[in-house]
Design a protein. Structure first.
Length: 201
């Protein structure tokens, strides 16, 4: 049986093949068997390459899923961190921090929570006297400490809040250790995207 081939030399011994036949006349190698073996090897290599591609795709998917999961976890942790540490997103949080700073007489921290527009308004009401900012904070501190009666602030809580766009009104109930209560009202305003104290009484 003759086989059509394009071989000019025997792949086994290197002899020139003058006639196309099933066997090499020099070494006797079976060309048909070799061709089938080569095809089989090619198919095996092709299967191997396909498996390699599948493994690579699986690795890429796993890598992508891992990166996606890490991204989601990182984003979630960032949101939690911003909300718990730096994110005073609610006006009542800022007002509470303002009260805490006046309790501790940390005037600079308290003033940093006061809006520029609020301070400007207060100063304009007292003929440009900038010391009114400090005096007003100190007055709140006296109310909180109740120094004349020796009462101490036991707790304070939000009793009402109204938010209307970039403005809010927050009412606090100050509860003292001798049972006395006092209310403090805060007018809040959003300034440059952050809640700030506009004024209080």
């Amino acid at each position: 049986m003759e086989v059509i081939t394009t071989m000019n030399y025997c792949s086994a011994c290197g002899e020139k093949v003058e006639t196309i036949s099933e066997f090499c006349i020099s070494c006797g190698v079976n060309f048909l068997k070799n061709t089938q073996k080569e095809n089989s090897e090619k198919e095996s290599l092709s299967d191997f390459d396909n498996r390699k591609v599948e493994v690579s795709l699986t690795a890429i998917r796993l890598s992508f899923n891992k990166k996606l999961l890490i991204g989601i976890v990182t984003l979630s942790l960032s949101i939690v961190l911003i909300m718990s540490v730096g994110g005073k997103d609610a006006p009542e949080d800022v007002a509470e921090e303002f009260i805490e700073n006046t309790i501790n007489r940390e005037w600079n921290k308290a003033e940093a929570l006061w809006s520029n527009s609020g301070k400007d308004y207060l100063i304009s009401q007292f003929f440009g006297n900038e010391r009114m900012v400090y005096i007003t904070m100190k007055n709140l501190s006296h109310r909180v400490h109740m120094e004349s009666s020796q009462s101490k602030l036991a707790e304070y809580k939000v009793v009402s809040k109204e938010i209307d766009g970039n403005q809010a009104g927050i009412s606090f109930d100050l509860i003292f250790d001798d049972g006395k209560r006092e209310k403090v009202m805060f007018a809040m305003i959003k300034e440059e995207g952050e809640w700030k104290v506009f004024g209080f009484e």
